[in-house]
Design a protein around this ligand. Structure first.
Ligand SMILES: Cc1cc2nc3c(=O)[nH]c(=O)nc-3n(C[C@H](O)[C@H](O)[C@H](O)COP(=O)(O)OP(=O)(O)OC[C@H]3O[C@@H](n4cnc5c(N)ncnc54)[C@H](O)[C@@H]3O)c2cc1C
Ligand SMILES: *[C@@H]1O[C@H](CO)[C@@H](O)[C@H](O)[C@H]1NC(C)=O
Length: 430
Protein backbone atom coordinates (compact mmCIF):
# COMPACT_ATOMS: atom_id res chain seq x y z
CA UNK A 1 0.00 0.00 0.00
CA UNK A 2 1.29 3.47 -0.74
CA UNK A 3 1.83 5.82 2.14
CA UNK A 4 -1.08 8.31 2.26
CA UNK A 5 0.02 11.91 1.91
CA UNK A 6 0.27 13.76 5.17
CA UNK A 7 -2.63 16.02 6.04
CA UNK A 8 -1.72 19.67 6.34
CA UNK A 9 -3.01 21.40 9.49
CA UNK A 10 -2.79 25.17 9.92
CA UNK A 11 -2.81 26.45 13.49
CA UNK A 12 -3.82 30.09 13.95
CA UNK A 13 -1.97 31.46 16.97
CA UNK A 14 1.47 31.24 18.56
CA UNK A 15 0.38 31.70 22.16
CA UNK A 16 0.82 28.83 24.58
CA UNK A 17 -2.32 27.12 23.21
CA UNK A 18 -1.35 27.32 19.51
CA UNK A 19 2.25 26.26 20.21
CA UNK A 20 1.34 23.26 22.39
CA UNK A 21 -1.33 22.11 19.93
CA UNK A 22 0.96 22.52 16.93
CA UNK A 23 3.79 20.60 18.59
CA UNK A 24 1.55 17.72 19.67
CA UNK A 25 -0.02 17.51 16.19
CA UNK A 26 3.45 17.38 14.66
CA UNK A 27 4.52 14.64 17.08
CA UNK A 28 1.74 12.39 15.73
CA UNK A 29 3.88 11.95 12.62
CA UNK A 30 0.94 12.01 10.21
CA UNK A 31 0.53 15.77 9.76
CA UNK A 32 2.48 18.64 8.35
CA UNK A 33 1.80 21.67 10.52
CA UNK A 34 2.02 25.41 9.87
CA UNK A 35 1.52 28.08 12.52
CA UNK A 36 0.12 31.38 11.25
CA UNK A 37 0.23 34.22 13.77
CA UNK A 38 0.54 37.94 14.06
CA UNK A 39 2.65 37.59 17.22
CA UNK A 40 5.36 35.05 17.98
CA UNK A 41 7.17 34.63 21.29
CA UNK A 42 10.46 36.44 21.84
CA UNK A 43 12.59 37.57 24.76
CA UNK A 44 10.28 39.08 27.39
CA UNK A 45 12.43 42.21 27.53
CA UNK A 46 11.52 42.97 23.89
CA UNK A 47 7.76 42.44 24.23
CA UNK A 48 6.10 45.84 23.87
CA UNK A 49 3.66 46.72 26.67
CA UNK A 50 1.04 48.26 24.38
CA UNK A 51 1.71 46.78 20.94
CA UNK A 52 1.54 43.25 22.31
CA UNK A 53 -1.12 43.79 24.94
CA UNK A 54 -3.65 41.51 23.21
CA UNK A 55 -1.07 38.73 22.93
CA UNK A 56 -1.85 37.20 26.27
CA UNK A 57 0.89 34.64 26.70
CA UNK A 58 3.84 36.95 27.58
CA UNK A 59 2.03 38.51 30.51
CA UNK A 60 1.21 35.40 32.53
CA UNK A 61 2.98 34.42 35.79
CA UNK A 62 2.87 31.55 35.05
CA UNK A 63 2.01 29.01 37.70
CA UNK A 64 -0.41 26.13 38.11
CA UNK A 65 -3.05 26.48 40.77
CA UNK A 66 -5.62 23.73 41.04
CA UNK A 67 -9.21 24.87 41.46
CA UNK A 68 -11.07 22.17 43.41
CA UNK A 69 -14.00 21.04 41.23
CA UNK A 70 -16.49 20.85 44.07
CA UNK A 71 -19.73 22.75 44.60
CA UNK A 72 -18.73 26.25 45.68
CA UNK A 73 -21.69 26.71 48.04
CA UNK A 74 -24.18 24.48 49.85
CA UNK A 75 -26.99 25.65 47.58
CA UNK A 76 -26.19 23.36 44.67
CA UNK A 77 -24.83 25.29 41.66
CA UNK A 78 -26.16 24.79 38.14
CA UNK A 79 -24.87 21.51 36.71
CA UNK A 80 -23.22 23.32 33.85
CA UNK A 81 -20.91 25.25 36.15
CA UNK A 82 -19.95 22.12 38.05
CA UNK A 83 -19.25 20.05 34.94
CA UNK A 84 -17.18 22.88 33.49
CA UNK A 85 -15.08 22.91 36.67
CA UNK A 86 -14.61 19.15 36.44
CA UNK A 87 -13.68 19.34 32.79
CA UNK A 88 -11.07 22.02 33.44
CA UNK A 89 -9.66 20.02 36.33
CA UNK A 90 -9.05 17.05 34.02
CA UNK A 91 -7.23 19.37 31.58
CA UNK A 92 -5.12 20.76 34.45
CA UNK A 93 -4.16 17.23 35.54
CA UNK A 94 -3.19 16.23 32.01
CA UNK A 95 -1.06 19.35 31.79
CA UNK A 96 0.51 18.63 35.19
CA UNK A 97 1.57 15.20 34.01
CA UNK A 98 3.13 16.47 30.76
CA UNK A 99 4.89 19.31 32.58
CA UNK A 100 6.40 16.65 34.82
CA UNK A 101 7.90 14.89 31.82
CA UNK A 102 9.21 18.22 30.50
CA UNK A 103 11.00 18.95 33.77
CA UNK A 104 12.35 15.46 34.25
CA UNK A 105 15.98 15.11 33.25
CA UNK A 106 15.54 11.37 32.58
CA UNK A 107 12.67 11.59 30.13
CA UNK A 108 13.53 14.81 28.35
CA UNK A 109 16.95 16.28 29.22
CA UNK A 110 16.70 19.14 26.69
CA UNK A 111 13.35 20.26 28.07
CA UNK A 112 14.52 19.87 31.65
CA UNK A 113 17.38 22.23 30.89
CA UNK A 114 15.72 24.81 28.64
CA UNK A 115 11.94 24.85 29.11
CA UNK A 116 12.13 26.70 32.46
CA UNK A 117 9.44 24.42 33.95
CA UNK A 118 10.14 23.97 37.66
CA UNK A 119 8.23 21.88 40.18
CA UNK A 120 7.90 23.37 43.63
CA UNK A 121 5.57 23.88 46.55
CA UNK A 122 2.33 25.76 45.88
CA UNK A 123 0.85 27.47 48.93
CA UNK A 124 -2.75 28.69 49.13
CA UNK A 125 -4.13 31.03 51.77
CA UNK A 126 -7.82 31.97 51.98
CA UNK A 127 -9.36 34.64 54.18
CA UNK A 128 -12.91 33.55 53.43
CA UNK A 129 -12.68 29.94 52.21
CA UNK A 130 -15.65 28.58 50.21
CA UNK A 131 -16.91 25.05 50.94
CA UNK A 132 -14.98 23.60 48.00
CA UNK A 133 -11.71 24.45 49.76
CA UNK A 134 -12.74 23.64 53.31
CA UNK A 135 -13.90 20.20 52.15
CA UNK A 136 -10.40 19.42 50.84
CA UNK A 137 -8.79 16.81 53.02
CA UNK A 138 -5.84 14.50 52.42
CA UNK A 139 -7.88 11.62 50.92
CA UNK A 140 -10.16 13.84 48.82
CA UNK A 141 -7.18 15.84 47.52
CA UNK A 142 -5.43 12.59 46.59
CA UNK A 143 -8.56 11.45 44.78
CA UNK A 144 -8.54 14.74 42.84
CA UNK A 145 -4.91 14.11 41.84
CA UNK A 146 -3.10 16.57 44.13
CA UNK A 147 0.39 15.44 45.13
CA UNK A 148 2.02 16.08 48.53
CA UNK A 149 -1.17 17.77 49.70
CA UNK A 150 -1.34 19.06 53.27
CA UNK A 151 -3.77 21.38 55.07
CA UNK A 152 -1.70 24.02 56.85
CA UNK A 153 -1.88 24.70 60.54
CA UNK A 154 -2.69 28.08 61.97
CA UNK A 155 0.89 28.80 63.05
CA UNK A 156 1.90 28.53 59.37
CA UNK A 157 -0.47 31.34 58.29
CA UNK A 158 0.76 34.93 57.73
CA UNK A 159 1.20 36.86 60.98
CA UNK A 160 -1.46 39.48 60.15
CA UNK A 161 -4.21 37.06 61.24
CA UNK A 162 -6.43 37.49 58.16
CA UNK A 163 -6.06 33.98 56.79
CA UNK A 164 -8.60 31.35 57.91
CA UNK A 165 -7.62 28.33 55.82
CA UNK A 166 -4.52 27.23 53.93
CA UNK A 167 -2.96 24.28 52.15
CA UNK A 168 0.10 23.31 50.16
CA UNK A 169 0.73 20.83 47.35
CA UNK A 170 3.22 20.03 44.63
CA UNK A 171 2.85 22.30 41.59
CA UNK A 172 4.82 23.88 38.76
CA UNK A 173 5.89 27.37 37.60
CA UNK A 174 7.51 28.53 34.38
CA UNK A 175 8.88 31.62 32.68
CA UNK A 176 6.31 32.25 29.90
CA UNK A 177 8.50 33.61 27.11
CA UNK A 178 11.39 31.23 27.84
CA UNK A 179 8.88 28.39 27.75
CA UNK A 180 7.05 29.56 24.60
CA UNK A 181 10.35 30.16 22.76
CA UNK A 182 11.34 26.62 23.73
CA UNK A 183 8.09 25.21 22.30
CA UNK A 184 8.52 27.24 19.12
CA UNK A 185 12.13 26.09 18.66
CA UNK A 186 11.18 22.46 19.22
CA UNK A 187 8.31 22.82 16.73
CA UNK A 188 10.55 24.29 14.00
CA UNK A 189 13.40 21.89 14.74
CA UNK A 190 11.05 18.96 14.19
CA UNK A 191 9.79 20.23 10.85
CA UNK A 192 7.02 22.68 11.73
CA UNK A 193 6.61 25.81 9.63
CA UNK A 194 5.65 29.32 10.57
CA UNK A 195 4.11 32.27 8.81
CA UNK A 196 3.96 35.66 10.49
CA UNK A 197 0.91 37.51 9.35
CA UNK A 198 -2.45 38.75 10.50
CA UNK A 199 -5.54 37.04 9.10
CA UNK A 200 -9.11 38.29 9.17
CA UNK A 201 -10.93 34.97 9.49
CA UNK A 202 -10.63 31.20 9.55
CA UNK A 203 -12.16 31.24 6.08
CA UNK A 204 -9.25 33.27 4.82
CA UNK A 205 -6.81 30.65 6.08
CA UNK A 206 -8.50 27.91 4.06
CA UNK A 207 -8.10 30.07 0.97
CA UNK A 208 -4.39 30.85 1.42
CA UNK A 209 -2.36 28.88 -1.04
CA UNK A 210 0.25 27.39 1.26
CA UNK A 211 2.72 24.69 0.24
CA UNK A 212 0.91 22.32 2.56
CA UNK A 213 1.07 18.73 1.40
CA UNK A 214 4.38 19.20 -0.43
CA UNK A 215 6.20 15.98 0.42
CA UNK A 216 9.58 17.42 -0.57
CA UNK A 217 9.19 20.29 1.77
CA UNK A 218 11.86 19.08 4.13
CA UNK A 219 14.51 19.49 1.48
CA UNK A 220 13.64 23.16 1.00
CA UNK A 221 16.12 24.64 3.42
CA UNK A 222 15.33 28.07 4.73
CA UNK A 223 11.63 27.84 4.04
CA UNK A 224 10.69 27.57 7.69
CA UNK A 225 9.29 31.04 7.23
CA UNK A 226 6.65 30.60 4.61
CA UNK A 227 5.27 33.09 2.21
CA UNK A 228 1.84 32.34 0.79
CA UNK A 229 1.72 31.73 -2.95
CA UNK A 230 -1.30 33.93 -3.26
CA UNK A 231 -0.23 35.75 -6.41
CA UNK A 232 -0.42 32.57 -8.44
CA UNK A 233 -3.91 32.00 -7.14
CA UNK A 234 -5.04 35.47 -8.12
CA UNK A 235 -3.96 34.95 -11.71
CA UNK A 236 -6.36 32.08 -12.15
CA UNK A 237 -9.59 32.71 -14.05
CA UNK A 238 -12.54 33.13 -11.70
CA UNK A 239 -14.12 29.79 -12.74
CA UNK A 240 -11.01 27.84 -11.85
CA UNK A 241 -10.74 29.47 -8.47
CA UNK A 242 -11.68 27.11 -5.70
CA UNK A 243 -10.16 26.13 -2.46
CA UNK A 244 -7.04 24.22 -3.24
CA UNK A 245 -6.95 21.47 -0.71
CA UNK A 246 -3.60 22.49 0.64
CA UNK A 247 -5.07 23.05 4.09
CA UNK A 248 -6.98 20.04 5.39
CA UNK A 249 -7.96 21.43 8.78
CA UNK A 250 -7.50 24.61 10.82
CA UNK A 251 -6.98 25.01 14.56
CA UNK A 252 -8.42 28.24 15.93
CA UNK A 253 -6.06 29.10 18.81
CA UNK A 254 -6.37 32.83 18.24
CA UNK A 255 -6.88 33.77 21.88
CA UNK A 256 -9.09 36.79 21.49
CA UNK A 257 -7.82 38.11 18.19
CA UNK A 258 -10.36 36.81 15.72
CA UNK A 259 -13.97 36.91 15.02
CA UNK A 260 -17.25 37.25 16.47
CA UNK A 261 -17.82 35.06 19.50
CA UNK A 262 -20.11 37.24 21.62
CA UNK A 263 -19.26 35.21 24.74
CA UNK A 264 -15.66 36.50 24.65
CA UNK A 265 -14.43 39.31 26.88
CA UNK A 266 -11.12 40.34 28.39
CA UNK A 267 -10.04 40.24 32.01
CA UNK A 268 -7.35 42.82 32.69
CA UNK A 269 -4.51 41.78 34.95
CA UNK A 270 -1.90 44.06 36.49
CA UNK A 271 1.17 42.54 38.11
CA UNK A 272 4.74 43.60 38.78
CA UNK A 273 7.99 41.77 38.08
CA UNK A 274 10.49 42.14 40.92
CA UNK A 275 14.15 41.18 40.80
CA UNK A 276 13.95 39.01 43.92
CA UNK A 277 13.77 35.31 43.30
CA UNK A 278 13.14 34.07 46.82
CA UNK A 279 16.74 33.19 47.46
CA UNK A 280 16.27 33.43 51.23
CA UNK A 281 13.73 30.61 51.23
CA UNK A 282 12.93 27.51 49.21
CA UNK A 283 11.27 28.43 45.90
CA UNK A 284 7.48 28.34 46.14
CA UNK A 285 4.43 29.99 44.62
CA UNK A 286 2.02 31.61 47.05
CA UNK A 287 -1.59 32.65 46.40
CA UNK A 288 -3.77 34.50 48.90
CA UNK A 289 -7.46 35.12 48.24
CA UNK A 290 -8.45 38.11 50.35
CA UNK A 291 -11.89 38.59 51.89
CA UNK A 292 -12.51 41.70 49.78
CA UNK A 293 -12.22 39.64 46.58
CA UNK A 294 -8.68 40.79 45.72
CA UNK A 295 -5.74 38.45 45.14
CA UNK A 296 -2.17 38.53 46.41
CA UNK A 297 0.25 36.11 44.76
CA UNK A 298 3.83 35.41 43.71
CA UNK A 299 5.21 33.32 40.88
CA UNK A 300 8.96 32.73 40.70
CA UNK A 301 9.63 32.83 36.97
CA UNK A 302 12.99 31.11 36.94
CA UNK A 303 15.60 31.53 34.18
CA UNK A 304 16.73 34.90 35.59
CA UNK A 305 13.13 36.14 35.39
CA UNK A 306 12.74 37.32 38.99
CA UNK A 307 9.32 36.94 40.58
CA UNK A 308 5.89 38.08 39.43
CA UNK A 309 3.88 39.77 42.19
CA UNK A 310 0.17 40.06 41.55
CA UNK A 311 -2.42 40.89 40.84
CA UNK A 312 -5.78 42.04 39.58
CA UNK A 313 -8.68 40.49 37.66
CA UNK A 314 -10.77 43.21 36.04
CA UNK A 315 -13.39 42.10 33.51
CA UNK A 316 -13.83 44.42 30.51
CA UNK A 317 -11.20 46.93 31.69
CA UNK A 318 -9.22 47.99 28.59
CA UNK A 319 -6.87 50.45 30.34
CA UNK A 320 -3.45 49.64 28.84
CA UNK A 321 -1.46 51.60 31.41
CA UNK A 322 -0.30 50.28 34.79
CA UNK A 323 -1.56 52.06 37.89
CA UNK A 324 1.46 53.02 40.06
CA UNK A 325 -0.60 53.18 43.24
CA UNK A 326 -1.82 49.65 42.68
CA UNK A 327 1.77 48.47 42.13
CA UNK A 328 2.81 49.92 45.51
CA UNK A 329 -0.16 48.19 47.12
CA UNK A 330 0.68 44.81 45.55
CA UNK A 331 4.30 45.03 46.69
CA UNK A 332 3.32 46.05 50.20
CA UNK A 333 0.69 43.36 50.60
CA UNK A 334 2.91 40.51 49.49
CA UNK A 335 5.48 41.29 52.15
CA UNK A 336 2.83 40.69 54.82
CA UNK A 337 1.97 37.34 53.27
CA UNK A 338 5.42 36.16 52.19
CA UNK A 339 8.12 38.05 54.11
CA UNK A 340 10.70 35.47 52.99
CA UNK A 341 10.67 37.01 49.51
CA UNK A 342 12.78 39.93 50.78
CA UNK A 343 16.53 39.56 50.85
CA UNK A 344 18.02 39.75 54.35
CA UNK A 345 18.46 43.31 55.58
CA UNK A 346 16.15 44.80 52.93
CA UNK A 347 12.75 46.35 53.63
CA UNK A 348 11.51 46.80 50.07
CA UNK A 349 11.25 44.71 46.92
CA UNK A 350 13.01 45.80 43.72
CA UNK A 351 10.47 46.41 40.92
CA UNK A 352 11.75 45.67 37.41
CA UNK A 353 8.70 46.07 35.24
CA UNK A 354 4.93 46.58 35.47
CA UNK A 355 2.74 44.16 33.56
CA UNK A 356 -0.71 44.85 32.15
CA UNK A 357 -2.23 41.90 30.30
CA UNK A 358 -5.60 40.80 28.98
CA UNK A 359 -6.86 37.30 29.68
CA UNK A 360 -8.95 35.94 26.77
CA UNK A 361 -11.99 34.97 28.82
CA UNK A 362 -15.19 33.30 27.69
CA UNK A 363 -18.56 33.10 29.42
CA UNK A 364 -19.33 29.41 29.89
CA UNK A 365 -15.64 28.42 29.76
CA UNK A 366 -13.11 27.72 27.01
CA UNK A 367 -14.31 26.57 23.59
CA UNK A 368 -12.62 23.32 22.65
CA UNK A 369 -14.64 21.67 19.89
CA UNK A 370 -14.76 21.02 16.19
CA UNK A 371 -16.92 22.82 13.65
CA UNK A 372 -17.58 22.40 9.93
CA UNK A 373 -17.41 25.76 8.20
CA UNK A 374 -18.84 26.73 4.84
CA UNK A 375 -16.12 28.34 2.80
CA UNK A 376 -17.50 30.71 0.20
CA UNK A 377 -15.27 30.50 -2.80
CA UNK A 378 -17.77 31.77 -5.32
CA UNK A 379 -21.47 32.45 -5.04
CA UNK A 380 -22.33 29.15 -6.71
CA UNK A 381 -19.46 27.15 -5.31
CA UNK A 382 -19.51 26.15 -1.63
CA UNK A 383 -16.93 24.03 0.08
CA UNK A 384 -16.56 22.88 3.62
CA UNK A 385 -13.63 23.01 5.99
CA UNK A 386 -13.00 21.63 9.46
CA UNK A 387 -11.90 23.96 12.25
CA UNK A 388 -10.94 22.79 15.73
CA UNK A 389 -11.51 25.63 18.21
CA UNK A 390 -9.20 26.09 21.19
CA UNK A 391 -9.69 29.54 22.66
CA UNK A 392 -11.10 31.42 25.63
CA UNK A 393 -8.71 30.05 28.29
CA UNK A 394 -9.07 33.11 30.55
CA UNK A 395 -6.54 33.01 33.38
CA UNK A 396 -5.68 29.34 32.88
CA UNK A 397 -4.02 29.05 29.47
CA UNK A 398 -0.75 27.57 30.74
CA UNK A 399 -2.46 25.42 33.37
CA UNK A 400 -4.72 23.79 30.79
CA UNK A 401 -2.39 23.91 27.77
CA UNK A 402 -1.43 20.24 27.31
CA UNK A 403 -4.91 18.99 28.14
CA UNK A 404 -6.26 21.33 25.47
CA UNK A 405 -3.59 20.25 22.98
CA UNK A 406 -4.57 16.60 23.50
CA UNK A 407 -8.21 17.46 22.82
CA UNK A 408 -7.15 19.31 19.68
CA UNK A 409 -5.24 16.26 18.40
CA UNK A 410 -8.18 14.00 19.21
CA UNK A 411 -10.69 16.35 17.57
CA UNK A 412 -8.65 16.59 14.38
CA UNK A 413 -8.01 12.86 14.23
CA UNK A 414 -11.70 12.05 14.82
CA UNK A 415 -12.61 14.36 11.95
CA UNK A 416 -10.34 12.52 9.52
CA UNK A 417 -11.51 9.18 10.89
CA UNK A 418 -15.14 10.03 10.21
CA UNK A 419 -14.30 11.16 6.69
CA UNK A 420 -12.11 8.26 5.64
CA UNK A 421 -12.64 5.43 8.07
CA UNK A 422 -8.98 5.52 9.14
CA UNK A 423 -7.54 7.62 11.93
CA UNK A 424 -4.20 9.33 11.55
CA UNK A 425 -3.00 9.69 15.11
CA UNK A 426 -4.75 10.49 18.35
CA UNK A 427 -3.63 10.51 21.96
CA UNK A 428 -5.21 8.66 24.81
CA UNK A 429 -7.28 10.58 27.29
CA UNK A 430 -6.89 10.25 31.04
C1 LIG B 1 -1.54 39.09 34.33
C2 LIG B 1 -1.81 37.71 33.83
C3 LIG B 1 -1.41 36.61 34.60
C4 LIG B 1 -1.67 35.31 34.16
N1 LIG B 1 -1.21 34.25 34.90
C5 LIG B 1 -1.44 32.98 34.48
C6 LIG B 1 -0.97 31.86 35.21
O1 LIG B 1 -0.32 32.01 36.25
N2 LIG B 1 -1.24 30.62 34.76
C7 LIG B 1 -1.94 30.41 33.60
O2 LIG B 1 -2.18 29.27 33.24
N3 LIG B 1 -2.38 31.45 32.86
C8 LIG B 1 -2.15 32.73 33.28
N4 LIG B 1 -2.61 33.78 32.53
C9 LIG B 1 -3.47 33.51 31.35
C10 LIG B 1 -2.67 33.15 30.12
O3 LIG B 1 -1.73 34.15 29.85
C11 LIG B 1 -3.63 32.98 28.93
O4 LIG B 1 -4.69 32.11 29.27
C12 LIG B 1 -2.90 32.37 27.73
O5 LIG B 1 -1.75 33.11 27.44
C13 LIG B 1 -3.81 32.31 26.51
O6 LIG B 1 -3.06 31.77 25.46
P1 LIG B 1 -3.62 31.68 23.97
O7 LIG B 1 -2.62 30.93 23.20
O8 LIG B 1 -5.03 31.19 24.01
O9 LIG B 1 -3.74 33.22 23.48
P2 LIG B 1 -2.61 34.31 23.15
O10 LIG B 1 -1.40 34.13 23.99
O11 LIG B 1 -3.28 35.64 23.20
O12 LIG B 1 -2.19 33.99 21.67
C14 LIG B 1 -3.02 34.27 20.57
C15 LIG B 1 -2.25 34.05 19.31
O13 LIG B 1 -3.12 34.19 18.19
C16 LIG B 1 -2.59 35.13 17.30
N5 LIG B 1 -3.69 35.82 16.63
C17 LIG B 1 -4.81 36.30 17.20
N6 LIG B 1 -5.59 36.89 16.26
C18 LIG B 1 -4.92 36.76 15.09
C19 LIG B 1 -5.21 37.16 13.75
N7 LIG B 1 -6.33 37.79 13.45
N8 LIG B 1 -4.30 36.88 12.78
C20 LIG B 1 -3.16 36.23 13.08
N9 LIG B 1 -2.84 35.83 14.32
C21 LIG B 1 -3.72 36.09 15.32
C22 LIG B 1 -1.78 36.07 18.16
O14 LIG B 1 -0.84 36.81 17.36
C23 LIG B 1 -1.12 35.06 19.09
O15 LIG B 1 -0.03 34.45 18.46
C24 LIG B 1 -2.35 35.10 32.94
C25 LIG B 1 -2.71 36.20 32.16
C26 LIG B 1 -2.46 37.49 32.58
C27 LIG B 1 -2.87 38.62 31.72
C1 LIG C 1 -12.11 31.72 16.41
O1 LIG C 1 -11.66 32.35 17.62
C2 LIG C 1 -12.18 33.63 17.90
C3 LIG C 1 -11.51 34.11 19.18
O2 LIG C 1 -10.24 34.66 18.89
C4 LIG C 1 -13.69 33.59 17.98
O3 LIG C 1 -14.22 34.88 18.22
C5 LIG C 1 -14.24 33.05 16.67
O4 LIG C 1 -15.65 32.96 16.75
C6 LIG C 1 -13.64 31.66 16.40
N1 LIG C 1 -14.21 31.05 15.19
C7 LIG C 1 -14.11 31.51 13.95
C8 LIG C 1 -14.77 30.71 12.89
O5 LIG C 1 -13.51 32.53 13.69
Amino acid sequence: MTQPQKKHIVVIGAGVIGLSSALLLLEQGCYTVTIIAEHFPGPFETIHPQEHIDYSSPWAGAHNRFIPPLPSSSSSPPDQVQSQAEREHVLALRTFSRMKSLSSGDKDPEAAQFSSVKFMKGVEFLEDPPEAYKALSGPLAAELGYENFRVLEQHEFPADGGVKWGCEYQTWCLNPMVYCCFLLRRFVNRGGRILKRRVRSVNEVFQLDLPGGDPDWNTHFGSTWLSPKNCANQQQPEEAKEVRRTTHAVVNASGNGLGDDAAMFITRGQTCVVAESGTTEEPKTVTRQNADGTWTFTVPRGAEGGTVVGGTREPDNYDPLPCPKLRDQLLERIIQTQPGLLAKGKSKLTPVRDIVGRRPTRRGGPRIEGEILNIDVRKDKKQQGFVMHAYGMGGRGYELSWGVAEEVVNGVSEYFLERSGSAPGGVSKL
